[in-house]
Design a protein. Structure first.
Lengths: 41, 478, 108
């Protein structure tokens, strides 16, 4: 799923943030192409 | 000796249904679709409904958030709810428009003669009216139709009614001085001034005794050469008659109030100043942010109030709750940006440092956004999620068992009750309740936790946050 | 979804191609997860951003999806996700994303 893939991490402040998703993706062998965190409050 | 204490805190709301259309989201969405605009205007709340709304009464501290009735809160009848409850008030829109003119030193606001007369009459009999520059309201009377024709002006309405005023840009081509930016800044100034006036006069404080005012609202005032130039705080101090004070703003997205309290407490503790006020006005940009979710669920437009808050920090008086400077929890650059890492840094690390556990804290006040506002737009229940995260970490640390998690959430957390203006929700809105709980109530410690979405400014992927413990003063008891 | 994120997704799908690109989302609620997944799969339902009317059809997963979990080393998962796996409803989020990206989801 993630290994060798370009991954876009779209996090949410109230769930899992962009940097946290990005860290998981990299550890799983994926490349983070773009990472962002949204905030709705 | 100089242990910093919070002697008083006041909160106000201004009910501004007519100004919601100038919130960032409605101002972009309403012009696109006439049907949506009609439904929006038909879904604005009355002043009576806004006063009766239980979360607003909790905000005014007439009832503790844990004493809020079961939801739904919307549709609650007036009953005994009062405009002047707790320590502050809910100001109706006509008066707020008058207040905008009264704090407008640059001739930005034009009002119709009718509106100006009604607003001035109401404010003359307002308990704080004599402290306001009401003559400016009369001076703001002018040709609103003509003012509306000026390029870049914004119309002011009372609710869904006709145009009653206008705000002009200060400089047609300066993006920092457009009418909408200036209306945001003026709204923040007006509501912060109202809160500060209540703080001083409801608590019989001498305005001349306050040395410094720290602003922690969301607006960054400035001009094209320095967009976030700052110091709305000093403008507010001036409007509220604090002739001996100076001031500054602290910016940190929604987290700013806790750093502001920390700085205020540090200034008092170090002896630099004797009395420091922390103030914040409401965020116009955030009005109506989730209106689409509200309309979809046949709810009124719930984000229709501007909040204001003011608190006074001074040296130990033997009674007031102590701001423990040794408890400051900060989110270090290397702390990590996941929700548990942030909560660990802000809530658990400081307690561990002080030799305390999570069960030594009676109330945790964090991001108390009203869930009735956030859920219809799919943003969930923000405080509940925070409390569950905190409780899960407390259980992992062994402070409580897994089975005790729901009880922890219920008894040390609370339902969200703040308008969705992050700086108000970030712990600050609980300050009047905290003072009551730590003096006449039974709490020993309250932790305030604020988080700021630093990443929204695109200069970093980081978040920030800060926490601070308020503790019962044992002074006189000893 | 953020307009900038929509723009970035559109550009990345053009540079990398669909088969190489995976989107991992971290929304806390099934409803907001569904809207994000639907935007990525079928276009922006609010017609506000670059993905309005664009069916990217990219692979999209919630970070709490079991398939993602299995690929992340335990120590990293514990540090980055930790108790959020208990706080959020991973099964409901996984299902909401699957449904929305397959064309059966909520619109909004």
């Amino acid at each position: 799923m993630l290994k060798g893939k370009q991954v876009v991490a779209l996090g949410e402040r109230d769930g899992v943030s962009g940097p946290a998703i990005a860290a998981c993706v990299e550890a799983a062998g994926g490349t983070v192409a773009f990472s962002a965190t949204e905030c709705f409050v | 000796m100089n242990a910093p204490v919070v002697v008083a805190a006041t909160q106000v709301l201004a009910h501004v249904p007519g100004m919601v259309r100038h919130g960032s989201k409605p101002s972009r969405e309403l012009p696109k679709d006439g049907d949506v605009e009609r439904k929006f205007l038909a879904s604005l709340r009355t002043f009576e409904a806004a006063v009766a709304y239980p979360p607003h009464q909790a905000y005014l501290s007439t009832l503790h958030p844990r004493a809020l009735p079961e939801r739904p809160w919307v549709g609650t009848a007036g009953g005994s709810a009062s405009r002047f409850g707790g320590g502050g008030e809910v100001m109706p829109e006509e008066e707020l428009l008058g207040l905008l003119a009264a704090v407008d030193e640059a001739g930005l606001v034009t009002l119709t003669p009718g509106l100006a007369e009604r607003a001035a009459a109401a404010l003359r009999t307002h308990p704080l009216g004599k402290h306001l520059a009401l003559d400016r309201i009369e001076r703001a009377v002018g040709d609103v139709g003509g003012a509306r024709e000026a390029r870049g002006s914004l119309a002011l309405h009372v609710g869904a009614g006709p145009v009653e005023g206008a705000v002009r840009p200060a400089d047609e081509v300066d993006q920092a001085l457009t009418a909408s930016v200036l209306l945001e800044n003026l709204s923040s100034k007006a509501t912060a001034t109202l809160a500060l006036l209540h703080l001083i006069h409801d608590h019989d404080l001498d305005p001349q005794s306050i040395d410094y005012v720290i602003g922690c609202g969301e607006e960054a005032i400035g001009d094209r050469y320095q967009r976030g130039g700052g110091n709305l705080a000093k403008a507010v101090a001036h409007s509220a008659g604090l002739s001996e004070a100076s001031g500054m703003d602290i910016k940190n997205f929604c987290a700013a109030p806790i750093p502001a309290l920390m700085v205020a407490a540090s200034l008092v503790h170090s002896g630099v100043f004797k009395r420091v006020a922390v103030v914040a006005g409401g965020s116009l940009a955030k009005l109506g942010m989730k209106f689409q979710g509200h309309l979809r669920n046949d709810l009124p437009v719930l984000e229709d109030v501007l909040g204001g808050v003011a608190a006074l920090v001074q040296a130990d008086d033997g009674v007031s709750p102590i701001l423990r400077l040794d408890s400051v929890g900060r989110h270090r650059v290397s702390a990590g940006g996941s929700a548990p890492q942030i909560m660990e840094a802000l809530a658990l690390e400081p307690l561990q440092r002080l030799g305390l556990t999570t069960t030594d804290v009676d109330d945790f006040a964090t991001e108390l956004h009203n869930p009735e506002i956030t859920e219809p737009q799919g943003s969930g229940n923000v405080p509940e999620r925070n409390y569950r995260t905190l409780a899960a970490l407390a259980s992992k640390r062994g402070d409580i068992t897994r089975e005790e998690i729901p009880e922890f959430v219920q008894t040390r957390g609370m339902p969200g009750f703040a308008p969705t203006q992050g700086h108000l929700a970030s712990g600050l809105c609980y300050l009047p309740h905290a003072l009551a709980r730590l003096t006449s109530g039974e709490a020993r410690r309250v932790m305030m936790i604020a988080k700021g979405s630093l990443f929204l400014g695109r200069m970093s992927q980081l978040s920030d946050g800060m926490s601070l413990l308020l503790e019962r003063n044992q002074g006189r008891a000893q | 979804m953020d307009l900038d994120s929509q723009e970035q997704l559109l550009q990345l799908s053009e540079t990398h191609g669909r088969d190489d690109l995976v989107v991992v989302i971290g929304a806390p609620d099934p409803e907001s997860a569904a809207v994000t997944a639907e935007t990525i799969a079928k276009g922006d339902p609010s017609y506000a951003g670059a993905l309005a009317g664009v069916q990217l059809g990219l692979e999209v997963r919630h970070v709490l999806d079991d398939e993602i979990r299995q690929e992340v080393p335990d120590d990293v998962w514990e540090a980055q996700i930790g108790v959020m796996a208990d706080v959020l409803d991973g099964a409901a989020l996984t299902e909401a994303v699957a449904k929305a990206s397959q064309g059966d989801g909520a619109s909004g």
